[in-house]
Write a protein that binds this ligand. Structure first.
Ligand code: DP6
Length: 360
């Protein structure tokens, strides 16, 4: 008789915000990117997805509930993640027949985001990272975060970077099967723990053009994009890794802002044009510019103290160092408090360490 034991594992996955953006797929089926990217993983106290994966012999079908609502998981990308994870579990079960046959049971996945879903706040990144890690923990898979990143990448590209803390790069890779398109840690969070992220929510509404659709329109129609992929990003990746290694905030800031602007310029160069930033977003850009030039005038030396970056939505993420909390976050809060167009703001620090979640 089949046992009715319920197996369960829960985990958190944090949001990551790219400073060199992933935009474009060279292989949409395997979700392989046109360029490498680099991000900062935020502390999971701030923005995160919590996911519980469970299975039993009586679980009727695979399901995912996000924030209380049933999700369609029949899509190829979610299915690719489930398939790979089950295959890894099957291998374990065939090498140790005493293990319960979890790979044949249906999965029940329950997720909660503590931030707006699909509003350009990297919800799919935290979502797929949490889903993959919760199932990997449930299956007790002996896989490294890099191995898990290969699986999560298929669900959503940016998710592969949420499996590690600190400063994380996603190497685009060259293998046709995507085996070398994985995330790796550029530096752990404690290398540059002073980094802070201020998240300015200009709109919590769902975005008009999804990242998935938008990036492929850009690949198909933007000539600016060709230069971005061939020349701009490869150079910038090297310079950004160096800025992180050397804790050079000035370089980190200039590169982040330039890359965000280059990415949004490619969106504008897309046919039909895609507008993710709005007037409220541009207000945040101007304020960052003003803070940086005021600092330069006051201190008498060149050096940005804050950097804006925008994903596929109007919300700004502003990076700065803890020492400049008042000069950056203090000023933003003071100026934007109660202003029309701003729905809220949250603080963020860098996720300190990689933990594998809690097994219940
Ligand atoms: C602008 O990872 O959401 O946030 O792979 O199609 O799911 P899919 O795209 P997704 O795209 C993220 C794009 C971005 C930049 C970034 O995070 O690097």
């Amino acid at each position: 008789m089949a046992s009715d034991e319920v197996y369960r594992a829960s985990t958190y996955a944090p949001v990551n915000i790219a400073v060199i953006k992933y935009w474009g797929k060279r292989d949409p089926k395997l979700n392989l990117p046109t360029n490498s990217s680099l991000s900062v993983t935020l502390s999971q106290d701030d923005l995160r997805t919590h996911t519980t994966a469970s299975c039993s012999s009586s679980t009727p079908h695979d399901s995912l509930i996000l924030n209380g609502h049933d999700q369609d998981i029949s899509g190829a990308r979610t299915q690719a993640c489930l398939h790979d994870l089950r295959q890894h579990r099957q291998q374990l079960e065939s090498s140790d027949p005493s293990l319960p046959k979890l790979s044949t049971m249906k999965l029940k996945l329950v997720s909660e985001n503590n931030f707006p879903t699909a509003a350009g706040l990297a919800s799919s990144a935290a979502g797929f990272a949490a889903l993959v890690r919760a199932i990997a923990d449930l299956y007790a898979l002996p896989l490294t975060p890099t191995q898990l990143s290969r699986i999560a990448r298929q669900g959503s590209g940016s998710a592969c970077r949420s499996l590690m803390g600190g400063y994380v790069a996603w190497e685009k890779g060259t293998a046709a099967d995507g085996s070398d398109s994985v995330a790796y840690e550029v530096a752990p969070a404690h290398h540059w723990l002073e980094m802070r992220a201020l998240i300015l929510v200009a709109s919590a509404a769902k975005k008009d053009v999804s990242s998935t659709a938008g990036m492929q329109q850009t690949v198909a129609s933007s000539s600016l994009f060709e230069k971005r992929v061939d020349e701009v990003v490869p150079k910038r990746m090297k310079a950004m890794e160096k800025a992180v290694q050397e804790r050079d905030f000035e370089a980190f800031a200039r590169l982040s802002m330039k890359d965000s602007n280059n990415f949004h310029a490619c969106c504008l160069d897309t046919d039909p044009p895609i507008f993710y930033m709005n007037d409220t977003s541009r207000c945040a850009v101007r304020l960052c510019e003003a803070i940086n030039s005021h600092h330069e005038t006051q201190s008498g030396k060149a050096g940005a103290i804050c950097a804006y970056t925008f994903d596929a939505g109007p919300n700004a993420v502003v990076y700065y160092l803890a020492d400049n909390e008042q000069a950056v976050a203090g000023l933003f809060k003071g100026i934007l408090q109660g202003k029309e167009g701003w729905e809220g703001k949250r603080g963020g620090s860098v996720k300190e360490k990689e933990d594998r979640g809690v097994l219940e």
